[in-house]
Design a protein around this ligand. Structure first.
Ligand code: FAS
Ligand code: PHB
Length: 398
């Protein structure tokens, strides 16, 4: 049995865990990042694609934004498509010139892994956390299974950045934690294709057959999504059927059909909202998807995860350097205020863009919401602020 002693044990090498490890390392605080998957797997996992204005600035200020600034696609607008018509929402004109950056989550993770490996700080892949104990003591004990056998970690604090259904939330007594959840009656089928996007900006589409989203990763790689039945499976969707359905849903009278190409990755993701409160129990802090899940229609998942770390890193640094608990005491409340705002916006976007199979009243309300955005500047301005910068609206000057 090997035992490793550190100040902070971080469970998960996703955006949240890796960014926290990076910021603690820069502050001279020993931490170990524990990841159950291989480096290869983590670096190639395809997920989010939109980085908010304030979060992009935060990544740059943290010293891990150079490639994002070089290779990320800056977008000043987004398109809403419904009733076979296109409507551009001029995000930057509506919100002080601010913009989003389209840069895949896999790239953010690659940049963070590269930064950590360069320092030599411990980042243990294929090391699965199996139990956490001592959360109300001065030392937390984490039992893991590593490629070299059992490994025990002893730490001052443990951060659960282990995504949804992780071991960290399961370590909090059920009497202490509340789980709020909503499951939506559809899923997203997502593809990554070697095909030049036929659009300059993202297109969110509400079609009577279902939702569609046209996104991208680069001038030669498209990322597209279809709303499908929650019980659907990839076996039902040939490449041809996927492209045909995307073409039907995204079609309008005056724009080019979508650009087809080889599909290099595909998956179906359930749509749900989850909030775990509080985001702290003793010496355990939750961050990212471990504490909250949003439906991806608002492009908030990764942004919320990184925004949690913008609050957690200085809180841990103050506690571990000066014994000052004040930021740590406020961590959960500070994050949950932003998380609920993101849940509201993500739910709003999801309900507006996914037609209801039977409820025509609901469909009428959805169309009215969409028309209000494209006809009322104040509504469009509100959408622009939330879509471009929701996770930073608590920050000074946001
Ligand atoms: P992550 O889930 O990224 O990372 C958690 C890490 O912890 C994982 O690497 C996991 O292997 C590891 N782990 C778990 N248990 C462990 C244990 N016991 N021991 C050690 N390691 C452990 N968001 C968007 O904004 N847009 C999207 O289109 C979008 N698409 C998504 C598609 C899918 C399939 C999923 C699952 C999520 C998607 N998201 C999307 C949300 C996603 O981007 C998350 O918000 C983001 O990954 C959150 O980052 P983390 O909190 O770091 O969690
Ligand atoms: C993506 O590019 O993967 C993406 C973009 C916007 C979303 C969700 C996913 O709302």
């Amino acid at each position: 049995m090997t035992t490793l002693r550190t100040r902070v044990a971080i469970i998960g090498a996703g955006p949240a865990g890796l960014l926290l490890g990076h910021l603690l390392e820069r502050a001279g605080i020993d931490a170990v990042v524990l990841e159950r998957r291989s480096r290869e797997y983590v670096e190639h996992r395809v997920r989010a694609g939109v980085i908010e204005y304030g979060v992009a600035n935060f990544l740059e200020e943290s010293g891990v934004g150079d490639r994002m600034r070089r290779e990320g696609l800056v977008h000043h607008g987004v398109e809403l498509r419904f009733d076979r018509a296109s409507h551009r929402v001029a995000l930057s004109e509506l919100y002080d010139g601010r913009a989003i950056t389209v840069y895949g989550q896999a790239e953010v993770v690659n940049d963070l892994i590269k930064a950590r490996v360069a320092t030599g700080a411990p980042l243990l892949f294929e090391t699965e956390v199996q139990s956490i104990s001592g959360l109300l003591n001065s030392t937390v004990t984490i039992e893991t299974q590593s490629p070299d056998g059992p490994l025990t970690i002893e730490a001052d604090f443990v951060v659960g950045a282990d995504g949804s259904h992780g071991v960290s939330v399961a370590s909090i007594p059920a009497s202490v934690v509340t789980r709020y959840e909503r499951v939506y009656p559809f899923s997203w089928l997502g593809i990554l294709a070697e095909a030049a996007p036929a659009t300059e900006e993202l297109i969110y589409c509400r079609h009577e057959r279902g939702f569609a989203l046209y996104s991208m990763r680069s001038p030669s790689v498209s990322r597209l999504y279809l709303g499908v039945d929650p019980n659907d499976s990839l076996e039902n969707w040939s490449d041809e059927r996927i492209w045909d359905e995307l073409t039907i849903r995204l079609a309008t009278d005056d724009v080019p059909a979508i650009q087809r190409g080889p599909i290099i990755e595909r998956g179906i993701t359930a749509m749900r909202s989850v909030v775990i409160a509080p985001m702290r129990y003793g010496r355990l802090l939750l961050a990212g998807d471990a504490a909250h899940i949003v439906p991806p229609t608002g492009a908030k998942g990764m942004n919320l995860a990184l925004a949690d770390i913008r609050v957690l890193a200085p809180a841990l640094i103050a506690q571990l350097h000066e014994g000052d608990d004040r930021l740590l005491e406020r961590y959960s409340d500070t994050c949950l205020e932003r998380v609920w705002r993101a849940e509201e916006f993500s739910t709003y976007m999801t309900q507006m863009l996914h037609p209801h199979a039977t409820d025509e009243f609901e469909n009428g309300v959805q169309r009215a919401r969409l028309r209000q955005i494209v006809t009322l500047e104040s509504t469009a301005r509100s959408l622009a602020r939330n879509y471009v910068n929701l996770s930073s609206l608590q920050e000074p000057g946001a």
